[in-house]
Design a protein around this ligand. Sequence first.
Ligand code: UT7
Length: 351
Amino acid sequence: MNYAHITGWGSYLPEQILTNEDIARTIDTTDAWIRQRTGIGQRRIAASRDTTTGLALQAALRALAVAGLPAADVELIIVATSTPDYMFPSTACQVQGHLNATRAGAFDLSAACSGFVYALHMATQAVATGSVSNALVIGAEMMSRVLDWQDRETCVLFGDGAGAVVLQGSSRPGGVLTSKLRSDGLQSDILCLSAANSNPIPALSSENGHARPVQNTISMNGRRVFRFATRVLVESVQDILAMANLTLDDISLIVPHQANFRILESAAKQLGVSPELFYTNLEDTGNTSAASIPVALCKAVEDGRIHSGDHLILVGFGGGLTWAYALVEWQKDVASIYIPATYHAAAFARA
Ligand code: UT7
């Protein structure tokens, strides 16, 4: 078995910033309410010409550059997204085409805000068994296109963006050490985004505490999602520590899905740790769904919060319901052992 190391990472956020004050000019909300109840101050919104594929591609190019891996050598591309440009071709296939990654298999993965950790788990299995020697794992979302901008309970929460990591196999211990996928479809109705051809789930109604059925926009019962998220975040950390025979003292940083700062505070309190152990950048990005963990991971590296030898926990949770968690041993210098002699930037150019 190989170890699946994270050798490259990259993120991309659209330029346009939408502040809480901007939203408060169009609907009945305030900057103070949004900050106090969520921790969010602003989010990035894609331009009308942007595509999910385009965001994913930018993040992928940055991750490949950090890894020093030519696109032509990539063997697997997984894009976690709930906002693909098309049902098919997949976002991953379009990224593959733009990269001219002619050796890669490519597919999209649907697990809402848990999608990146789901994809990381699947790619790790493929690398660890030797089925592929590397994989590009991307979370990319255009949440702004699936929001009801009159629904103040959801539209203030989300933002657009993409993040990616490169996984590469090595016999050297480290990388994604263990991970687990979980789901609870019986609660699928508390957080939904219907497809273009679907009927709303019949059980949905605001009276009985389920999410509101609005076609093609996100509907959510915020309080129930909040309770679910707080519970599984705590359980996920406890379970992965047990799986790896580690304690919280061994963990340098937890990079959770960036949904609401109060969810992280509550989880930290229940675990008996400082909220500082949970990395957060949602004040600037909002909730970017499947992109949130890789975007946060990149920012944590940039902020100097991650060092070689650190043990990190990644935890995603969201629609499905789904949740997933991974333990990563970070090897800062590991990329250097993979840089191929032939690497140059032109490897990314489309033939
Ligand atoms: O990736 C996973 C996706 N989703 C989540 O993680 C969401 C999890 N849930 C949450 O983050 C929180 O439940 C919310 C931020 C959505 C809501 O916060 P809350 O503290 O649970 O508020 P609430 O739903 O209990 O609502 C309290 C009040 C209500 O008014 P009344 O009925 O007390 O008069 C809401 O109508 O806050 C009102 N409200 C707002 N007021 C100003 C709800 N949204 C807003 C808003 N601005 N944007």
